[in-house]
Design a binder for this molecule. Structure first.
Ligand code: GLU
Length: 273
């Protein structure tokens, strides 16, 4: 029996365990300064979801961006040790800002920094799962990022997790989340670049990631969305293979998370038929 759009969205309203992914472009203004409004709104929404009895995990980028801001560096340094130093400063700064905001709402948070080798080794992977499960049991919101101070390849965007899109899908798989809500600087997955093509149409639902869709996402000249749409489709594919779902939506106003969880047809829902 084929399920209608509304029934798929209906499933999202039942989600208990939710992973949210937010990228640097939603956390920092284009001038490099911290977007306090977005961070505050995020802390409010995630705490409120926790209060409703949901289990929430946040995968947050922004370490390098916050480090550049803190150290008053105009551009990202080129050498790996310098980038790692900036990430080390920025990750502390980022958690400090998150903590200030979450404390306002009475919510405890925890920092979890991961690297791919940890996830690939079964025993250490299980330890990560145990820690995340324990934090959720204690009603603490884990804030996950790649451990940029040691994950050299991630900074080069070559290997390791690749990027935080992949990391967020991996976290959602590890904790068997009901949904991954990936917040980006685009409303969802379009059939063309909406910044260039006024006729670009948003896919409301995607039930299968096939080579044609990958081509739309990453074909020549059609790379849009900061982390790249292809990477978002790859993250969705990882989840759909394990019968899990993902919603891709614009993250400028994190209150959108609430609307998504009430079943509103926002963004693109990636889910099995
Ligand atoms: N881990 C990086 C940071 O926090 C970002 C990686 C990504 O967004 O893909 O700056």
């Amino acid at each position: 029996m084929s399920i209608t759009i509304n029934e798929h969205r209906q499933k999202i309203t039942q989600a208990k365990r939710i992973v949210i992914k937010i990228g640097t472009s939603s956390l920092l203004y284009p001038n490099g300064k911290i977007n306090l409004e977005a961070i505050d709104e995020l802390a409010f929404v995630l705490t409120d979801l926790e209060n409703q009895g949901k289990e929430v995990l946040l995968v947050s980028s922004g370490a390098i961006g916050a480090g550049l801001h803190k150290l008053q560096l105009p551009t990202r340094p080129t050498s790996i040790p310098e980038q790692q130093a900036v990430a080390a400063v920025g990750q502390a700064e980022l958690m400090n800002i998150y903590n200030q905001r979450f404390v306002t709402y009475g919510q405890n948070i925890a920092q979890v920094l991961l690297t791919r080798d940890v996830i690939e080794y079964p025993e250490s992977r299980q330890n990560v799962v145990n820690t995340l499960e324990q934090l959720l049991k204690m009603h603490i919101i884990p804030i996950v990022n790649e451990n940029d101070t040691v994950a050299v390849d991630e900074l080069d965007h070559e290997t390791k997790f690749g990027d935080n899109d992949q990391l967020s899908a991996i976290v959602a798989l590890l904790v068997k989340a009901d949904v991954l809500i990936m917040l980006s600087d685009i409303d969802g997955f379009y059939d063309a670049n909406p910044n260039k093509n006024p006729h670009a149409t948003l896919f409301r639902e995607v039930h299968e990631i096939n080579p044609q869709l990958m081509e739309v996402a990453g074909g020549s000249g059609s790379r849009f969305g900061t982390g790249g749409m292809r990477s978002k489709l790859e993250a969705a594919q990882r989840l759909m293979k394990k019968h899990q779902s993902m919603v891709l939506a614009r993250g400028k106003h994190p209150r959108i998370i609430k609307k998504i969880l009430t079943g509103e047809a926002i963004g693109t829902l990636f889910t099995e038929k």
